[in-house]
Design a binder for this molecule. Sequence first.
Ligand SMILES: [Zn+2]
Length: 316
Amino acid sequence: MSWKTDFEHAMNEAPFQKVKWWDGWERTWHGMSKWRGPKGRPVALMLHHTAGASTTSKDPDHNGNKCSADNGQANFVWRHPSYSSPASQFLIRRCGQLDIFAYLPCYHAGSGNFTSKPWTQFNIPKDSFNSYGMGVEIVSKGQKDDLTAAQWNTLGELYAALGNICHWEKWDEGWVRKHTPRHKDWTSRKIDIQASRDKTETKIKEQIQLWDGKVPDFAALAKAHHDTSLKSAAAHRMAQRLHDLGYYKTDVLPRYDQGFPLKAWENYLRDRTPGMFEPGGPGNIYGHKSHDSVWLLPKGTTNPDGSVNEQDHHEQ
Ligand SMILES: [Zn+2]
């Protein structure tokens, strides 16, 4: 599929709390109509802070952490006044909302290089990061490491969604670090972001790493759903995924001890009002690459919502 189709699909189906697509996101900026990474995809997501915010508080109830408090920051990044173009592809508000401004290259990295740094393997020519990687502006005053839990969550989900469609090697050691250079890793002119490399990697991994990336055997899972005492590897993976998403609060048990995480699953469904297979719906829990083959089961099997399939659903 095309980059644009993949991008739209991935963003719509990732479990973000809230997303806003801004006017003009489909446009080409400054004539840069293609990514120069392998297969025409970005190689990384550069982390920036806005150096402006309403608060440094991490308290989600603080007025400065309401989504609307960051409207001004979002407006600025949408159209940087010096270039009349987006100043990054994304912005993450302090409330966790993701704002999307572009899917093609734009100006955000400026001059710099990865000479003698862990990112040399991308072979990005000096001053050319913009053609190779996306950027995310995270709303923060930038004087200290003050990102909210909601921002780290969204960053983790954004990272996972992009990694999937950009073919970043997923569960390798160092995977996160490799694909999330901070702006200051590119140039000593900059101080963003304030969080250390170790912390950044840990926080992103907290969001994405527990699930092993394998889609459960859903025939087994559908069975487990109706018999919660049944232990199965599928239930184990489901529990891991729900844990990653914040719905399963206790420790996930080893694969042969884990029953179906019924309560967490119900809570997850409660937050997902769209239909089963619509973007954002529960059928998308494992992401767009899997949901068609995962949730459409053969004739006579029971779907996780309790309905029985009256005909075969062929995998795609
Ligand atoms: Zn920056």
